[in-house]
Design a binder for this molecule. Structure first.
Ligand code: ADP
Ligand code: MG
Length: 559
């Protein structure tokens, strides 16, 4: 039987798993159970959409069998199983979701200690095993296959005997060493705790034979041991539990394992509603932007459950683009299980839920801004750009929703401020909300154009992101106060007389200004006398709608 090689990227990941001297290796169990649960989900979903398949929901389960004698731990499920091709494709190559994310992160960080917090996938089995054997029989198939590997050398696949459909994974535990005791993963106590800790919410029973003692019948002090097939998990999904009964750590663990992050979320939003739409939602705002967040690869969306059954992994319709950073899930009993993607888009119930969630997310962000400023600024550093795009998107349709969530650096406060705060500080007689654009705060600070405005004691918002000026122009006004670029011709700083005096000066110096313009020969459109300057002799301005900064942004867009 030929030994097949892992794909190069898988090999590297495997290497990490095999050689890791890593304290969180216990998460292998979480990963294998979650795969088993996914496999049952897949099959269960099929039974719902295909009608009668002769399967009964109550029969689905996951079994754990520790064997101390042979030092093996077996995890089996009666889910969809895998065909020969699927074994090859799913286990021979790095799997799409979990493992791949993890790998990217590792390449960036080279920090082995972060492994545990991740959804690392099937290969995590190699953290505790010297050999992994997978027996699988796909639903509806007559044949079963055995996949086996001892690590990086490769794997084999051959036909095997297996009576029932589903997958059985046999881990041959690594030998114990002085520092590492792998036998603990054969102990009832450890296994029960691990299931409680990581997999309690799994919706199918996770069963294990457990030895117990009881009083022998008819006696007062004689005990006997017996075996009970115990269900280790409560099967209540965390989002259906009462908020008061959930510890912060539980939310965090759930988030990290489910959404493949290694940092705790910055905000957890757990809400349940009844009435026009009945649903439970559990939403998270990540503490950092995923690596691909600002790329085309990022896919927004929430997991959608219908009465506890996953019907869609990333339902995009549940989140507006400007809140695309939110991760989480919605479980509603109002949605039909068989609903198709196309139908979902027009589903009234779904629209109502989406509307509610948007309001909820917004109000949670506003709360954070009001009560946990530092946290909010951290959030804004990660996702503020997305909010600013949101203002600009759809011709400003959402600006009302978003304007109070924006932060800009302030010339006078020397920190990030909201538009509301700016307006509350506006001076008597100040007509506009002033802003200045540049690459960095330091650069904007040195802009000659800011001098006259600052001289008046007016605050200036520094726009240092490419999108900032686009958003500000889309807003046009805040609280009825117009925005004004410090580069604009008329800053509204002068009285009528001052203006006339200035115009007279221009008239008087016309020859000199024309001479300068000619000397600059086509490089400038016009040379004028400016009232904006204090200590600087000259500055550059643009006329018309596009500022120098906007021009830069537009020029940077590949055509
Ligand atoms: P992920 O679960 O994130 O996709 P994994 O590395 O955990 O990545 O698993 C890789 C793939 O192997 C899964 O996507 C699935 O197709 C398949 N798989 C793993 N375990 C099972 C199982 N018990 N039953 C059926 N398929 C499985
Ligand atoms: Mg997995």
């Amino acid at each position: 039987m030929a030994m097949k090689q892992f794909k190069a990227e898988s090999k590297r990941l495997l290497d990490l798993m095999i050689n890791s001297i890593y304290t969180h290796r216990e998460i292998f169990l979480r990963e294998l159970i979650s795969n088993a649960s996914d496999a049952i989900d897949k099959l269960y979903y099929r039974t719902l959409s295909d009608g009668d398949t002769g399967l009964n929901r109550d029969d689905f389960c996951i079994n754990i069998v520790p064997d101390k004698e042979n030092r093996t731990l077996t995890i089996s499920d009666n889910g969809c199983g895998m065909t020969k091709e699927e074994l090859e494709n799913n286990l021979g190559t790095i799997a799409k979701s979990g493992s791949l994310n993890f790998k990217q992160e590792i390449e960036q960080k080279e920090d082995i200690e972060i492994i545990g917090q991740f959804g690392v996938g099937f290969y995590s089995a190699f953290m505790v095993s010297e050999k992994v054997t997978v027996l699988s029989k796909a639903f509806g198939s007559e044949e079963a296959f055995k996949w086996e590997s001892t690590g990086t050398e490769g794997y084999t696949i051959e036909p095997c005997e297996k009576e029932d459909r589903g997958t059985t994974i046999i881990l041959k535990l690594k030998p114990n060493t002085e520092d590492n005791n792998y036998d603990e993963f054969l102990e009832t106590y450890t296994l029960r705790n691990l299931v409680k800790k990581y997999s309690d919410y799994i919706r199918y029973p996770i069963k294990m034979d457990v030895e117990k003692t009881r009083l022998k019948e008819g006696t007062k002090d004689e005990y006997e041991t017996y075996t009970e097939n115990e269900t280790l998990n409560s099967m209540v999904p965390i989002w259906r539990k009462n908020k008061n009964e959930i510890k912060e750590e539980e939310y965090n663990e759930f988030y990290k394992s489910k959404f493949m992050d290694y940092t705790d979320p910055i905000k957890v939003i757990h809400s349940s509603t009844e009435g026009t739409a009945t649903y439970n939602a559990l939403l998270f705002i990540p503490a950092r932007a995923p690596m691909n967040f600002y790329t085309k690869d990022y896919e927004k969306g929430l997991q959608l459950f219908s009465n506890g059954v996953l019907i869609m992994d990333k339902c995009a319709d549940l989140l507006p683009d400007y809140f695309s950073f939110v991760r989480g899930l919605v479980d509603s009993q109002d949605l039909s299980l068989n609903i198709s993607r196309e139908m979902l888009q027009h589903d009234r119930q779904l629209k109502i839920i989406a509307g509610r969630l948007e309001k909820k997310i917004k109000s949670e962000l506003e709360n954070m801004l009001a009560n946990e400023r530092e946290k909010y600024e951290k959030f804004f550093k990660n996702f503020g750009l997305q909010l600013k795009y949101g203002v600009y998107q759809d011709f400003g349709l959402h600006k009302e929703v978003l304007q109070d969530l924006l932060l800009f650096y302030s010339s006078s406060e020397k920190k990030l401020v909201t538009l509301k705060e700016y307006v509350s500080r506006m001076k008597e007689g100040q007509k506009y909300i002033y802003y200045a654009c540049g690459e960095t705060v330091e650069r904007v600070d040195r802009l000659p154009q800011t001098e006259a405005v600052k001289d008046k004691g007016y605050e200036i918002l520094y726009l240092t992101d490419g999108v900032d000026e686009f958003s500000i122009r889309m807003l046009m006004k805040y609280d009825d106060k117009e925005f004004k670029s410090v580069s604009a011709d008329d800053l509204g700083l002068e009285t009528e007389e001052e203006k006339q005096a200035a115009a007279k000066q221009v008239e008087e110096n016309k020859d000199m200004l024309n001479f300068m313009k000619d000397a600059l020969d086509g490089k400038v459109k016009q040379v004028i006398l400016s009232q904006k300057l204090k200590t600087h002799p000259v500055c550059l301005s643009t006329d018309g709608a596009i500022s120098i900064e906007m021009e830069k942004v537009l020029n940077a867009i590949p055509s």
